[in-house]
Write a protein of this length. Structure first.
Ligand SMILES: [Zn+2]
Length: 168
């Protein structure tokens, strides 16, 4: 198992070891899919930071008076829930009007930090920078914030001392 773990990225390890967590993440993702993400591969130690950021981004991105159902419907009509296609041109214009053209196009772990890509104005950029900084100080495996360092075990991990012992 140790060798297998080393060969897999942390996100893939999540899928193998924590299917119950994964189901909860899918439900969160479905509720907030109108921010634009495809299913994100976020290490489990960073999930609370990530989810807080998505909630804050959603509030900045869409008008507060709209229901989640309406926002998801507009997003779906505009994009077909894909970040690479336009379903209906009029719906895309409506989505752009509601969100000022803001959308998340990708979320990933890169070089042991969380990255959120897309088209954003300054307020959302600020939320993203804060989340990225918080992830840098947080163990991606357990969420611990003490003595977290980037380790190289074939892949780069951002880990606390205890998780470094277990994983690498
Ligand atoms: Zn840890």
């Amino acid at each position: 198992m140790t060798i297998l773990k080393k060969c897999l990225k942390t996100t893939d390890m999540d899928l193998i070891n924590f299917p119950q967590n994964d189901k909860r993440k899918m439900e969160f993702h479905k509720k907030y899919r109108h921010v634009g993400i495809s299913y994100p591969g976020v290490p489990k130690g960073w999930v609370p930071i990530f989810e807080r950021a998505i909630v804050a981004i959603e509030k900045e991105m869409w008008p507060g008076w709209m229901s989640f159902h309406l926002k998801r419907l507009i997003h779906w009509l505009a994009t077909g829930n894909s970040v690479v296609c336009i379903k209906f041109r009029w719906a895309e214009r409506l989505r752009n009007f509601c969100t000022h053209g803001q959308m998340i196009t990708d979320i990933k772990e890169k070089y042991a930090t969380l990255r959120i890509y897309g088209h954003f104005r300054e307020d959302i950029n600020k939320i993203i920078r804060e989340a990225e900084t918080e992830c840098e100080k947080t163990c991606e495996e357990c969420g611990n914030t003490e003595d977290v360092k980037i380790n190289d075990g074939g892949w780069l991990y951002n880990l606390c001392p205890a998780c470094t012992e277990t994983i690498l």
